[in-house]
Design a binder for this molecule. Structure first.
Ligand SMILES: *[C@@H]1O[C@H](CO)[C@@H](O)[C@H](O)[C@H]1NC(C)=O
Ligand SMILES: *[C@@H]1O[C@H](CO)[C@@H](O)[C@H](O)[C@H]1NC(C)=O
Length: 339
């Protein structure tokens, strides 16, 4: 009798701990993709036409998502790309932030009709929902939570990421720019929208809570060190977190926590086959509150002992351009983790 009572008590405690966990929404990580082992039979819509090669091929570790792909150490987001402080990085040659020049050139770009962030560009519903999937099935799966959503228009390589007009190669010098910064963008003839700039910060300059759009240059100096960063994201957007190693033989991992309840682990990614990322749809807007997050970054394994174990952590929010409720059944499959 007593043992039944104990069982009931423990069952109800278990239920309580289950119900108090906040569910932010569905997500995909490099680890959840790796767990497919290139078997896409259960993925919907099932990709058939990916151009010349089979769709499975593009999930091989030597392909688009791996250490030779565009997210890798030697891709455009890495040290060899436009962002950095080396002589070959264009951002190293920009004048230090000069407000007057910045705001004028900003308005010359973002104030124009048909500017790259406007409804005439890749962020419009027509481009995203109609043109992109009409190219082929790879194009369809570049949408958020698709198999290659990390490479798509809402990820770090898209118009909202550090390589786009909101980053340091755009009209604003966002290198070492602290605080939360927004710009007005002429979206259509009668509509102005605000977009967050992509601030690029050194890990030592991260003294405050960040917004949902930034890039950090970080480094793990002692092998068991964990770096953590706090950031806030408004509800109803896709949040894509990408961890680009600066050297190809370093393998990092990351875990996303709720900042308000640090025991609450939301998602983690520790793949050694793909570049690690987490793409999370903030569908459940808990009373319209901002999602307040903490991301922990560690070194999972190192296969080089000469260069610094440095990384670039990029957070890209899709801002308010898409209504996530309408995206709910866009993709299905074992690569998506639902809570
Ligand atoms: C990364 O992996 C190591 C083990 O390899 C683990 O101890 C650590 O907690 C993980 N860190 C994160 C942030 O996931
Ligand atoms: C959400 O965050 C923004 C700044 O990022 C802030 O202006 C706003 O007041 C916050 N809203 C809530 C409900 O906390």
């Amino acid at each position: 009798m007593e043992s039944i009572y104990l069982l009931l008590v423990s069952v109800s405690i278990f239920q309580i701990s289950l119900t108090t966990k906040t569910c932010y929404g569905p997500y995909v990580t490099a680890s959840s993709l790796e767990a497919l082992h290139q078997d896409i039979d259960l993925v919907e819509p099932y990709p058939v036409d990916c151009g010349g090669l089979s769709c499975e091929f593009y999930l091989s570790p030597s392909s688009a998502l791996g250490s030779h792909g565009p997210l890798s150490a030697y891709g455009p987001l890495g040290v060899m790309g436009p962002i950095g402080y080396h002589a070959w990085n264009p951002t190293a040659w920009k004048f230090p932030s000069n407000e007057i020049i910045d705001w004028t050139t900003s308005n010359m770009l973002f104030g124009l009709s048909n500017n790259p962030l406007s409804s005439a560009g890749p962020l419009s519903s027509e481009s995203y929902h109609t043109t992109l999937p009409s190219i082929n099935d790879f194009g369809k799966h570049l949408q958020a939570l698709g198999l290659w959503g990390i490479l798509g228009p809402l990820g770090p390589l898209g118009a909202l990421g550090p390589l786009g007009a909101l980053g340091p190669t755009g009209p604003h010098n966002t290198m070492n720019l602290e605080n939360h910064n927004t710009v007005h963008v002429k979206w259509s003839t009668n509509e102005i929208r605000d977009f967050d700039l992509v601030e690029v910060l050194d890990e030592s300059h991260v003294g405050e809570e960040l917004d949902c759009s930034f890039m950090i240059f970080g480094k793990i100096s002692v092998s068991d060190e964990t770096d953590n960063y706090n950031f806030n994201c408004k509800p109803n957007q896709f949040v894509t977190i990408t961890l680009v190693p600066e050297h190809s033989l370093d393998y990092f991992n990351m875990t996303l926590f709720s900042n308000t309840n640090s025991a609450e682990k939301i998602a983690s990614s520790d793949s050694m086959k793909y570049v690690n990322f987490i793409q999370l749809g903030l569908v459940n807007n808990n009373n319209n509150n901002n999602g307040s997050f903490r991301i922990d970054v560690s070194l999972h394994e190192m296969h080089q002992f000469i260069l610094a174990h440095s990384y670039r952590l990029i957070v890209t929010g899709s801002q308010d351009i898409i209504d996530l409720k309408q995206e709910e059944n866009n993709f299905k499959g074992p690569h998506i983790i639902n809570c």
